[in-house]
Design a protein around this ligand. Structure first.
Ligand code: HXC
Length: 510
């Protein structure tokens, strides 16, 4: 065969191999790296870098691999600049060799230098075994870049296949993790090691599938049925957040809201303080229509966090959910809330807090798993944040939880209460048992006295007008006027100038 024919034959072999690899990927209900990037970016906007980089010499002998198993570059999302890398599982299982790792490090470093978000589409068997510690050192550089970029540019990881071993730690450092239900999984050690060390049988899905991380561990912020929706979520998420910590917030000029439903807010809180209601309904009525983007929807549902738009401007929302565990703050809710508050503060996103919280969750289990340490995270996060912060107290605001949920005392800029608010050191039932112990012990009709004392406590102590008299809140407002009050109050705060004292960094109770 002459040289040309050899060359043509090789090209044909390569094409067949590539087609086979793509088919294998599709059979697993997974897309290829380039197909994924096409969904992520505005059409035709992807500018690829290092397309033909060579893999390490030892690998080159056995594999046909330009680009070393990862596609990297810059594209546009709604016309805004975003860097990305997409691992290619069809090349050595997307494993991370040295050249592969350096390509990722390069886009991370460019994203940081040019002030644009960095998105990772992850589908990888982890460190490339044949390249030994060279691949580990590449991981090390990626982790360092993740931390260096934290709080300066948004970082988002979409897990679209395996992420195992130390490889989970790059996504874990980023701001948001998005997973798919059945085709992605994350774990530090896989089912084989679990069997060997603990003699337990567990599937990959049960150990680290998308649902497990969205509901139980809280590792995943979002989970979707398929890859397309998972990737599109990046576009949606970025529409709320700035490109970097100096970039202004994106504004939507297409503002719609439900004027008719504002009146419904006057009746939404039930008369019986023990009856639940859905705080998400209040959120959706207050903010611009259809703009609520909930984060961690399935995890620690006793607190709600997410982004929304108010009069076209992005806000971060943190709200107690009376429908789940009466909205009490437990370990998971505190951690979830704290992380969200810190994200918003890093990127100058104003915070709205909707409060109905009977307190921190009592009990041995919570105490022994660190409610002191974890509750302190939420407290710390609010105290250190310098963005505009407004609280609306819809019902209960008791004890430490009242203080933690962005009270004026810890630097909240405005606290407003609805007439249904109950603000005090503790709930009436608990309070009268302590303050009126002797009286109750001596009473003939204990139940009647209890009822009477509870009513008295509510009227004289736990009422919002009392809190206003004492200067603990700024005003009692009509629920139906809340949206307008919020728009005005955030407008007043739009030029807020407040910063923490200079220091290397604080020591959040991790
Ligand atoms: C080199 C790898 C690889 C790896 C997969 N491949 N993982 N090559 N290094 N880490 C190759 C396979 O040899 C195979 O090549 C191709 O990718 C596809 O893999 P399959 O096993 O056929 O695919 P599948 O059945 O879907 O299984 C995927 C998998 C499995 C679950 C990811 O491949 C696996 O368990 N890989 C090892 C995972 C792991 O332990 N990695 C190290 C983690 S430690 P051929 O040529 O046959 O197509 C780590 C340290 C990071 O990452 C430390 C940072 C601090």
């Amino acid at each position: 065969m002459n040289k040309r024919k050899v060359f043509e034959q090789r090209l044909k072999d390569l094409k067949e191999k590539e087609e086979l690899a793509v088919q294998k990927q599709h059979l697993k209900l997974k897309l290829t790296a380039r197909e994924r990037l096409n969904i992520l970016f505005d059409e035709g906007s992807f500018f690829e870098l290092n397309t033909f980089i060579e893999p390490a010499k030892a690998i080159k002998k056995t594999q046909n691999s330009f680009g070393d198993g990862v596609v990297v570059g810059r594209g546009l999302i709604q016309g805004r600049s975003v860097f990305a890398y997409a691992q290619d599982f069809t090349v050595m299982g997307g494993s991370l060799g040295y050249a592969h790792g350096m390509k990722i490090a390069k886009v991370q470093e460019m994203a940081l230098k040019f002030g644009a978000p960095c998105v990772g589409l992850i589908d990888s068997g982890g460190a490339r075994i044949q390249e030994g510690i060279n691949s580990l050192s590449a991981y090390a550089r990626i982790f360092k870049n993740n931390v260096r970029s934290s709080g300066i540019i948004p970082q988002i990881s979409v897990i679209l296949g395996p992420a195992a071993g130390g490889a989970v730690y790059s996504p874990a450092i980023t701001d948001f993790i998005i997973m798919t239900n059945d085709t992605s999984y994350m774990f530090v050690t896989g089912p084989d090691v679990v069997k060997e060390v603990l003699n337990q049988d567990i599937t990959m899905d049960d150990l680290g599938g998308g649902n497990v991380h969205a509901e139980k561990s809280g590792v995943a912020h979002f989970v979707f049925e398929d890859e397309e929706h998972a990737i599109l979520q990046v576009r949606k998420l970025l529409s709320y957040i700035p490109l970097n910590n100096f970039d202004p917030l994106p504004i939507s000029y297409d503002v719609e809201f439900n004027q008719e439903r504002q009146d419904y807010l006057n009746n939404i809180v039930p008369d019986d303080p023990n009856r639940p209601y859905d705080m998400k309904e209040i959120i959706n009525i207050l903010i611009d229509s259809n703009t609520f983007l909930e984060v961690h929807e399935k995890y620690a549902q006793n607190i709600i966090v997410g982004f929304g738009r108010l009069d076209g401007k992005t806000i971060g929302i943190v709200a107690n959910q009376p429908k789940v565990m009466a909205g009490t703050l437990d370990n998971n809710a505190s951690i979830k809330g704290a992380r969200f508050v810190r994200f918003c503060d890093s990127f100058n996103i104003p915070l709205l807090v909707l409060e109905d919280v009977p307190g921190f969750m009592p009990g041995e289990e919570q105490e022994h798993t660190g409610i002191i340490r974890n509750g302190a995270k939420l407290l710390y996060a609010f105290c250190e944040s310098t963005v505009p912060r407004i609280t609306i107290i819809t019902r209960k605001a008791y004890g430490g939880a009242f203080v933690v949920m962005n009270s004026l005392g810890i630097g909240g800029d405005f606290n407003f209460a609805w007439p249904t608010a109950e603000i005090a050191v503790m709930g009436p039932a608990g309070a009268i048992k302590i303050v009126n112990r002797a009286e109750l012990a001596a009473a003939e009709d204990k139940a009647a006295l209890e009822k009477e004392l509870i009513e008295k406590y509510k009227d004289e102590i736990a009422n919002p007008f009392k809190a206003e008299e004492l200067g603990m809140i700024d005003d009692v407002i009509k629920p139906s006027e809340t949206r307008q009050v919020l728009i005005t109050a955030f407008d007043i705060l739009s030029n807020k100038q407040y910063s923490q004292p200079e220091r290397k960094h604080g020591n959040i109770p991790l």
